[in-house]
Design a protein around this ligand. Structure first.
Ligand code: GLN
Length: 188
């Protein structure tokens, strides 16, 4: 299986390592021509959503990727990636892919608790390690969005059709279940 990883900025190397450990081939997306390769799914990593959004736009990758996601390409988005997918960002005027019918709040945990670690259930799985780093959370979801995780009363993981998006960083730990779930979606 070939999985593309957006490599314009952020924590992409950790996702790549996780994918290779699970036997997937990695396609790095750094420029528009990289989109000509074939791939079965895409990962949008954490980092800085404003920087990633601007770079994807400037590199002319935003629209073609949005089209692929709209047409059903499986996507796993983590942290800044969730912000890029969201249809609405409550504390930002921008939207980017806007393919995921949710409202997110950037840097939602504020300065006091901007980074923390916890474990929680995620869909069918128990005790998933969850590393939050200046994370967003989901404030509102449309009816057809499945909520996969709730942390301290806030939605931190969702699925909508071909899109899985989480507030936290599943790639920073040794637990591979979330990536396996995603690869399952890519092979179905
Ligand atoms: N705070 C970042 C943003 O708004 C997201 C942080 C992350 O991806 N760890 O883009």
């Amino acid at each position: 299986m070939r999985i593309a990883v957006s490599c314009v900025q952020g924590a992409f190397a950790e996702h790549e390592k996780m994918l290779r450990n699970l036997g997937a081939e990695v396609v790095e997306l750094r420029k528009k021509e990289d989109l000509d390769q074939s791939f079965d799914g895409i990962i949008l990593p954490g980092g800085e959503s404003t920087v990633q959004g601007k770079l994807l736009q400037d590199l002319k990758m935003l629209e073609p990727l949005k089209e692929k996601i709209r047409k059903g390409l499986p996507v796993l988005a983590t942290c800044a990636g969730l912000i890029l997918l969201a249809e609405h960002i409550s504390n930002d005027d921008h939207v980017y892919f806007a393919t995921l019918p949710v409202t997110v709040r950037r840097n939602a945990y504020g300065r006091q608790a901007e980074s923390f670690y916890t474990e929680g259930s995620f869909g069918p799985y128990e005790k998933i390690p969850m590393e939050f780093i200046r994370a967003p959370y989901v404030e509102r979801v449309s009816d057809d969005v499945e909520v996969l995780s709730v942390t301290d009363g806030n939605i931190t993981g969702v699925r909508y059709k071909n899109q899985i998006a989480v507030s936290f960083h599943p790639e920073l730990c040794c637990d591979t279940r979330l990536h396996e779930m995603f690869l399952g979606l890519c092979s179905s």
